[in-house]
Design a protein around this ligand. Structure first.
Ligand code: ATP
Length: 260
């Protein structure tokens, strides 16, 4: 008779990290302009992933494919297990409510107060939040996360550039996104304000456990915020690793990113 293994403590295998976004072999061309040529990427739960690529390398095209605004020529994209290309408008809209965007312009509505700006996505995605009789506590909580609760009744024109970006981030947080996409979050900001935004991105990730995909040219931003980086070169994920790994690379195409 075989010895019973019951006395052996079973070591639980470590669960693999949950994949929040999986881009598989993505191709996109515009005529002879072959922008993405088999790009692959995984964003894991809770991580800050930076994608760097020089101007015109296809970062925005990749993001547009990711959120279903552009159709790739080939390849598949899964967001939290759902394949973007197979979703109808309504399903895509619901999925998008789990994705927060912070884009370059930050685009607050100038004719609305800060409070109204934050209430806007709540109305648009009321199905997600359920019926809310008093929006103010949620608005204030989101604004507190970015240190700007006192601006609730101000107009965007009364805010500085850095404050506008923080309010835009608060507006993103109001829907409790699981993923945040940041497109050049520090562009156009002075170095001190840029640093504040990066700190904020970190604290938001800690507070809400969000997973972040950050598109940036800013090497300093990548150094501070990234846990992992992907370099987009010639339409593919040319190099991947931590900042510390990539900065030591002797590959000329990788070195070019880190030359000041
Ligand atoms: N709708 C479109 N029609 C035709 N060409 C396009 C379209 N959108 C993007 N492109 C081309 O795809 C290429 C990649 O553009 P994309 O905007 O993704 O670059 P990027 O990496 O985001 O650049 P940047 O850092 O300057 O924003 C460029 O050559 C651009 O001209």
């Amino acid at each position: 008779m075989k010895a019973s293994p019951s006395h052996i403590t079973q070591l639980k295998p470590k669960e693999p990290p949950e994949v929040m976004i999986h881009i598989e072999d993505l191709y996109k061309s515009f005529g002879e302009n072959h922008v993405l040529n088999g790009f692959n990427m995984k964003l894991f739960r809770g991580e800050n992933l930076v994608v760097m690529g020089k101007s015109g390398s296809g970062k925005s095209v990749m993001i547009k494919c990711l959120v279903g605004l552009m159709k790739p020529d080939k390849g598949r994209i899964f967001v939290m297990g759902r394949e973007i290309g197979t979703l109808d408008r309504e399903a895509l809209d619901i999925l998008r409510s789990d994705i927060g965007f912070l884009f370059q312009g930050s685009a607050l509505y100038d004719s609305m107060t800060v409070r109204e700006n934050l209430e806007f996505p709540m109305r648009r995605h009321s199905e997600k939040l359920g019926e809310i009789t008093d929006t103010l506590p949620l608005v204030l909580e989101a604004l507190e996360s970015v240190g700007l609760a006192h601006t609730v009744d101000l107009m965007p024109e009364e805010l500085s550039g850095g404050m506008k970006r923080r309010v835009a981030l608060a507006r993103t947080l109001i829907l409790r996104p699981k993923i945040i996409l940041y497109d050049e979050p520090t562009s156009g900001l002075d170095p001190i304000t840029a640093k504040e935004i990066i700190e904020l991105m970190r604290s938001i990730q800690e507070k809400y456990g969000t997973s972040s995909l950050i598109i940036t040219h800013d090497v300093d931003c990548a150094r501070v915020i990234s846990e992992r980086m992907i370099l987009l070169v010639d339409g593919v994920n040319y190099a991947e690793g931590t900042y510390e790994e990539l900065v030591l690379s002797k590959d000329p195409k990788v070195e070019a990113f880190f030359k000041k």
